[in-house]
Design a protein around this ligand. Structure first.
Ligand code: MLT
Length: 272
């Protein structure tokens, strides 16, 4: 399905009914990364999964048309809220964001707390970029501009999964490679600029008053476990689940465990 928002056309996958759960993908991916969740969870809830602007089948916005914040987390949170408006979803939703999708969820919660019934923070962190990360992202922007998306994929794909998944599941590696390849250059550069400029969300953690599931892979090579322990200790109504044999894309690496954990969390929310 396509939805026309103010300045671009957004591709969206939708299914099921009941409690709305908005799945926000990570960088440099699209809603296909949620395929195992959309198939399974649409049996119990209303799943909605957009391709963020510049990703998958959604239109992109030239970064030259934007300021130095690029595809800011705030802009993408606003896109998600506009999508809910277009779908006429007025009741509070559950946000399930992976990594950059989690940064967008923080921005969404800051902007529209009344629209949020619960959070599923997947392989994400509250802290802002360190100087080292900013430098690495600036190098990635140059790499993307000079050498294109394939150079970005080559540099980042091995870190997206647990080392064991990467060597033992070549079919999954190929699948993720294919997903990444559909991201536009503007999407890549815009995301990197947006992530560099995102604010630190640590101070808002104690003010998150909705049930929150923090779910993380034991072998995540991008976001260390200490980051999620910090989030868990600071968010009052949070639950932390660490999945074994899973890295940054834990929802694809351990789909059954991931889906069952989400189903239990969602069931508690539905019976409230
Ligand atoms: C993501 O998966 O969205 C990115 O790895 C996030 C990041 O680079 O901080």
């Amino acid at each position: 399905m396509r939805v026309q928002l103010i300045d671009f056309s957004m591709a969206v996958k939708e299914g099921g009914s009941g409690l709305p759960v908005l799945f926000i993908h990570g960088y440099p991916l699209n809603n296909k990364m949620w395929t195992p969740q959309l198939d399974s969870l649409s049996e119990v809830v209303h799943v909605i999964a957009p391709d963020l602007r510049g990703h998958g089948d959604s239109e992109s916005t030239p970064v030259e048309d934007l300021d130095s914040r690029g595809y800011s987390m705030n802009m993408m949170a606003t896109d998600c809220s506009a999508l809910l408006d277009r779908l006429k979803i007025n009741r509070p939703v559950i946000l399930c964001g992976l990594s950059m999708g989690g940064y967008i969820s923080f921005a969404f919660y800051r902007k529209y707390p009344e629209r949020v019934k619960g959070l599923i923070m997947t392989a994400t962190r509250a802290s802002a970029d360190s100087q080292e990360s900013v430098n690495a992202r600036n190098e990635a922007i140059q790499l993307a501009k000079n050498k294109g998306i394939n150079a970005i994929i080559e540099a980042s794909l091995p870190k997206m999964m647990a080392p064991k998944t990467y060597t033992q599941h070549p079919e999954l590696v190929m699948e993720v490679h294919k997903i990444m390849q559909t991201t536009s250059l503007d999407g890549i550069v815009g995301d990197l600029m947006g992530m560099i400029n995102r604010p630190d969300s640590t101070s808002m953690l104690s003010e998150i008053h909705v049930p929150t599931l923090i779910i993380h892979g034991n072998d995540d090579q991008i976001i260390p476990l200490e980051e999620v322990e910090t989030m868990h200790n600071a968010i009052p109504k949070s639950k932390l689940v660490i999945l074994p044999d899973a890295g940054h894309l834990l929802n694809l690496e351990q789909p059954e465990l991931f889906n069952n954990t989400l189903k239990m969390f969602l069931q508690e929310l539905t019976s409230e």
